[in-house]
Design a protein around this ligand. Structure first.
Ligand SMILES: Nc1ncnc2c1ncn2[C@@H]1O[C@H](COP(=O)(O)OP(=O)(O)OP(=O)(O)O)[C@@H](O)[C@H]1O
Length: 225
């Protein structure tokens, strides 16, 4: 589904502090599978996810999504593809403060227009599925880490994405909540979604729901299984 060929990414290119975070990645991500990226801090996992999720462009190399080369598309096309194809769960969940949980879930759907009432209904349904119904009207800043995470997951799913990308999703969770998160991953997989996540947590890499583990070091893939 997603093919990376020779993907390199430099930060501060041409300056004294030039740094190559990715040094040539070849990778194939199959549809409907769960892939975990692991490796030491600074090995390039997050940078790679930003390439795959069209959040940034490679310095060189190609990213193909369903046979379409997306690495060279202009920003406005990338924005559309990002919105229609990917859902993101960021490490600190990045919920907007001052608005409720359900309003946070609705935010990524606003640019697509559509009926506000139907959208609110869908957002409530997603929160119910994640057992967050009772907290739907809580302000984001009142939520615990595990609750905020489930709101972030509901938000990632609001546009019915084919691919869900999660950066260190269990970093702020205890073991019970991490296990609960993996159950949610299993459900997303059953729904046919492709899931990509980074994790330092061995429990995540070894979980039964995970199909592929990609190990990175110093901007290259050292093992893929
Ligand atoms: N915007 C940036 N400008 C300069 N350097 C950057 C930038 N973003 C990332 N880097 C560098 O690129 C390298 C890879 O970063 P990345 O966040 O991809 O690593 P990671 O494997 O996800 O690490 P962690 O496990 O700590 O999240 C790091 O050395 C980082 O300092």
């Amino acid at each position: 589904m997603i093919h990376l060929t020779g993907v390199k990414k430099a930060f501060n290119q041409g300056r004294a502090n030039e740094f190559w975070a990715l040094k040539g990645i070849d990778l194939h991500v199959a549809q409907g599978k769960v892939t975990v990226f692991r490796g030491p801090s600074g090995s390039g996992k997050t940078t790679l996810l930003t390439m795959v999720g069209c959040l940034a462009r490679p310095t060189s190399g190609r990213v193909k999504l369903k046979e379409r080369d997306i690495s060279s598309l202009p920003e406005r096309f990338l924005t559309d593809i990002r919105r229609s194809t990917f859902g993101f769960v960021f490490q600190n969940f990045n919920l907007l403060k001052g608005i409720t949980a359900v309003e946070n879930v609705m935010v990524p759907a606003y640019p697509l227009g559509g009926d506000h009432g139907a959208l609110r209904h869908r957002a409530h349904e997603l929160l119910d599925r994640l057992e967050m119904g009772p907290k739907a009207k809580s302000m984001a800043e009142w939520l615990s880490g595990g609750e905020a995470q489930r709101v972030a997951i509901a938000r990632a799913l609001i546009n019915d994405p084919q691919v869900v990308i999660a950066d260190e999703p269990t970093a702020n969770l205890d073991s019970a909540r991490s296990a609960q998160f993996l159950d949610i991953v299993a459900e997303m997989k059953r729904d046919g979604r492709t899931i990509l996540m980074t994790s330092h947590d061995p429990l995540v890499a070894e979980a039964g729901v995970v199909d592929h583990v990609v190990t990175m070091r110093d901007g290259v893939v050292v093992e893929a299984r």
